[in-house]
Design a protein around this ligand. Structure first.
Ligand code: XIL
Length: 357
């Protein structure tokens, strides 16, 4: 009897070891395969010539998003000229490695060129400029970019639930300022005309939990869906600060949005850690960071409509958090500065391998 029990324990342990060794050999994209999840990252094309950067990217991810090079200041440097060279580097890389590409972003109040922000255009002229921009950029990537962040961060930080005052809404705006989210609706319609196949997303910061901002977005998306405005998804950025993530609220939020019939993508995840002057985090924080990556990924996977998890860069060598926080925070991504896998990587990979439950 004893021997039988021992044999059973050994068999079970062996099986478990076998399983984890298998998972341990998998990349993120392999782990994501069985559930059909998209696992993506933001990319800076200047880094593609670095072998470790390119090989890690190709091995680990099945989706890419240009971090900056499809923003107006890069793609639309002058009123009458567009520059797709850097965006094309990313779509070419994606094609070579069988990856999908998300487009970011068509309408935003930041990283706009001076000719636009310092120009004196009437609302009518701005409407024409914006329509031309959306039509040209979406048209250029038709069939190559499967999903677009059409409008980014349109809701205000300081006035909960209110639309932000921007060049596109009311400064001077494209002529629809008095009509709530009508200017956003117009952008979605233009994007849909330019590529009827592309999935169109509204992307936002600080709306991953149930709060006044996500309530306002929810009302807008519900209204758009009811009236047939072409919106397919909502992106929650997921830049996590102070090692705090209310995962129950994130999950409830994903649930209510997907119940509207739209997809949810986690679009810009990073988990910033306090770092010393050399950029090193505390070892114990790496574990807390891993827990957050795992819990957010698991929350997404628990809702069938949550179809992509994307990190905002993948190596701590290149991350916007350092410059954003004046170097007080960093180490926010799954790979360290030498492309070594951090506890966050293991956590993300194990959550992906566990699949949907
Ligand atoms: C950031 C980029 O990561 C930086 O390289 C750039 O200098 C500033 O913008 N929300 C967004 C992203 O939607 O486009 C921002 O990206 C980060 C916050």
């Amino acid at each position: 009897m004893k021997w039988r029990a021992l044999a059973l324990v050994l068999a079970a342990t062996g099986l478990r070891l076998g399983f984890s060794a298998g998972v341990r050999d998998q990349s993120l994209r392999e782990a994501a395969q069985s559930s059909g999840m998209l696992i993506g990252t933001a990319v800076r094309p200047a880094q593609l010539s670095e072998t470790a950067y390119a090989s890690t990217l190709a091995r680990e991810f099945n989706m890419l998003e240009p971090e900056d090079v499809l923003k107006w200041e890069t793609v639309h440097p002058e009123l009458h000229s567009f520059d797709f060279s850097q965006g094309d580097q990313i779509t070419d890389f994606a094609t070579r490695h069988s990856m999908k590409v998300r487009g970011h972003t068509l309408v935003w109040h930041q990283q706009n060129p001076k000719w636009l922000t310092e120009g004196t255009y009437t609302s009518g002229e701005l409407a024409q400029i914006l329509e031309k921009h959306i039509t040209t950029v979406v048209g250029h990537y038709r069939g190559k970019i499967f999903a677009w962040d059409v409008v980014n961060e349109a809701f205000d930080e300081l006035q909960p639930g209110k639309l932000r005052s921007t060049i596109w809404r009311d400064q001077p705006g494209i002529g629809l300022a008095g009509n709530g989210s009508l200017y956003i609706e117009r952008c979605f319609r233009w994007a849909h005309e330019a590529d009827p196949q592309a999935l169109l997303f509204y992307n936002e910061a600080g709306a991953e939990v149930v709060n006044p901002k996500s309530d306002a977005i929810y009302a807008m998306v519900r209204d758009f869906r009811r009236r047939g405005v072409p919106i397919d998804g909502v992106g929650f950025q997921m830049h996590i600060e102070n090692l705090r993530a209310d995962v129950a609220s994130i999950s409830a939020n994903i649930k209510r949005f997907t119940a509207l019939g739209v997809q949810v993508h986690i679009t810009e995840m990073d988990v910033a850690l306090p770092v010393d002057p050399s950029g090193n985090p505390r070892p114990e924080d790496l574990q807390l960071q891993a827990d957050i990556y795992r819990e957010v990924a698991t929350a997404c996977l628990s809702h069938p409509g949550c179809t992509a998890i994307q990190t905002w860069g993948f190596t701590d060598k290149y991350s916007w958090i350092g410059s954003h926080s004046k170097q007080t925070h960093g180490a926010a991504l799954p790979f360290d500065r030498n492309y070594g896998a951090k506890p966050a990587y293991e956590a993300l990979r194990n959550a992906l391998a566990a699949g949907r439950r």
